[in-house]
Ligand binder design. Structure first.
Ligand code: VGL
Ligand code: ZN
Length: 217
């Protein structure tokens, strides 16, 4: 893909990455929705959600050290959306744009160069997948990944049975190699087996489970 100015502009402060040979950037880290409302005390608190934060920090440090791109998605809903129970959806109100519940968990540490991508802004749609996320300039995750020549994506975060799953399935559809960071995910489990079924589904479609101790190993 050619490097045109508008892409440069939309990826903002990423000169460091732009100047690294694009060929080196085969791998990228995706941290899905590590936000307050999905953690302990949040309106959609996931059992064990906050416990993955220190592990996410380790993965982030690792990718940072390797100069590989890091993407954080955030669920970023309008106050009125069909996603919420109150308006015909499944979920209690959560991650309302700009609210404290929508902030990243305070213990999550990430470099200034991290790409923050938002999703769930359309009041008509659930938009679980990170592949529906856009950055501040409207660039999609898929476009930025293509721009960097990313072919392998390492997926972590919340929730295993929704946004992690839909992101992984979309990544596979896009032809990416997908690694699920199995020690850095947690699920909602509306039904107790939902997360393990979701993980099985991702694996059966071609994703591989990966762990911190033998990352890239
Ligand atoms: C999610 C339920 C509702 C997720 C988002 O991030 O997995 N789950 N909205
Ligand atoms: Zn949501």
């Amino acid at each position: 893909m050619t490097c045109n100015l508008s892409v440069y502009k939309s990826i903002g402060e990423r000169e460091d990455i732009i100047y690294i040979g694009l060929s080196k950037l085969k791998k990228a880290l995706l941290v899905v929705d590590a936000q307050n409302d999905f953690c302990l005390g949040g309106t959609l608190g996931i059992h064990g959600g906050h416990e993955i934060i220190p592990i996410l920090n380790e993965y982030i440090k690792f990718f940072e050290k390797e100069n590989l791109p890091i993407f954080l998605t955030r669920d970023w809903h309008p106050k009125v959306t069909k996603h919420f129970k109150q308006f015909g959806g499944v979920w209690p109100e959560h991650c309302v744009e700009g609210s404290p519940g929508a902030q990243f968990h305070p213990d999550l540490k990430f470099p200034k160069t991290t790409f923050v991508m938002s999703k769930g802004m359309d009041p008509e749609k659930d938009s679980y997948s990170a592949f529906h996320a856009i950055d501040l300039s409207g660039m999609t995750l898929a476009n930025i990944l293509k721009f960097f020549g990313v072919t392998e994506i390492y997926i972590s975060g919340l929730a295993t049975d929704y946004c992690v799953k839909y992101s992984a399935l979309d990544a596979l559809k896009d032809g990416l190699k997908v690694f699920i960071l199995a020690d850095a995910i947690a699920g909602v489990n509306l039904q107790p087996e939902d997360s393990s079924v979701a993980l099985e589904e991702m694996v059966s479609r071609g994703a591989k489970k990966q762990y911190l101790k033998n990352l890239f190993g």
